[in-house]
Design a protein around this ligand. Structure first.
Ligand SMILES: C[S@@+](CC[C@H](N)C(=O)[O-])C[C@H]1O[C@@H](n2cnc3c(N)ncnc32)[C@H](O)[C@@H]1O
Length: 268
């Protein structure tokens, strides 16, 4: 039996007041993910786990028709309030539909693109969610998956520093929750190989792009904050360019693919 809180408030995991490195990371994650959906006017896009709906609203503004699917009534209420405040009377708005990612309430091949940003690690069955996204996307459409990499360079270096501190120097841990530990509301600890493996079962992967390097390193946010803004931006952009080439080091991974048509992804 599935026991769930359908009024779950997950707005606290969506970053608000942020340091420049966080702002850069989340802006790039959004830019790369939404761009990959090719949300031109006339296209129908699905935002899976749409949360407070900011991405659905952004795509509607680009002219696409957007459906946001989200199980939490509370998150959808926030999306409606957020949209209500930012969308003018008479302007197009997304449709909000209640639904789990692993059982999407849509027919086969309904959408031009389906994307899921920053949410798959919260799902109890992310592989079925990818299969569902592939099922509801048209054969020439795109499935876009964006997720935090818990084996990033920053995670690896921070883990090594903590081990040195604790095992060699015999000192106690510096922080409460360590950035490389999966948070309690995550069911899956994603890294590049797992992303590729899960995605490849249901989509023909076209691109795997890394975004940003260094986020979460101890002292990193302070260093970036103290640098003159133009210097900080050059540095963040430079690291982002490296992340594009070596997604295994990156803070976030975006996988884009075409739905793979197999018996398992198309219902009879
Ligand atoms: C961190 S928020 C991300 C929201 C949004 N995609 C964004 O980028 O801001 C994670 C969302 O996943 C939703 N969620 C959790 N489990 C889910 C599931 N099994 N199916 C669909 N959505 C789920 C939560 O209700 C929450 O709104």
């Amino acid at each position: 039996m599935r026991v769930v809180d359908l009024d779950r408030d997950m707005s606290d995991v969506i970053p608000t007041g942020m340091s420049p490195d966080s702002e850069f990371l989340f802006a790039r994650m959004t830019e790369v993910t939404l761009w990959a959906t090719c949300a031109d006017p006339g296209r129908l896009i699905l935002d899976v786990a749409s949360g407070v709906g900011q991405d659905s609203i952004a795509l509607v503004r680009e002219g696409a028709t957007v459906v946001g699917a989200e199980p939490s009534a509370r998150m959808t209420a926030m999306a409606e309030a957020f949209g209500g405040a930012s969308i003018q009377e008479g302007e197009a708005r997304p449709s909000w539909v209640r639904g789990w990612a692993d059982e999407l309430p849509f027919g086969d091949q309904s959408f031009d693109a389906a994307f899921c940003k920053g949410a798959m690690d919260h799902f109890d069955d992310p592989e079925s969610a990818i299969a569902e996204m592939a099922r509801v996307t048209k054969p020439d459409g795109r499935v876009v998956l964006a997720i935090a990499n818990f084996d990033s360079l920053a995670c690896r270096v921070t883990r090594a520093l903590d081990r040195f501190r604790e095992d060699w120097l015999g000192l106690g841990p510096l922080r409460g929750r360590r950035g490389y530990d999966t948070p309690s509301d995550h069911f899956t600890r994603y890294e590049l190989d797992l992303m590729r493996e899960q995605a490849a079962k249901h989509v023909d992967v076209e691109s795997v792009q890394g975004i940003s390097i260094g986020w979460g390193l101890p002292g990193w946010a302070t260093v970036v904050c103290r640098l003159p803004k133009p210097v900080a931006m050059v540095m963040l952009r430079g690291l982002d360019a490296i992340a594009r080439q070596w997604p295994t080091l990156s803070d976030v991974i975006v996988v884009v693919g075409r739905p793979r048509r197999e018996e398992s992804t198309v219902s009879a």
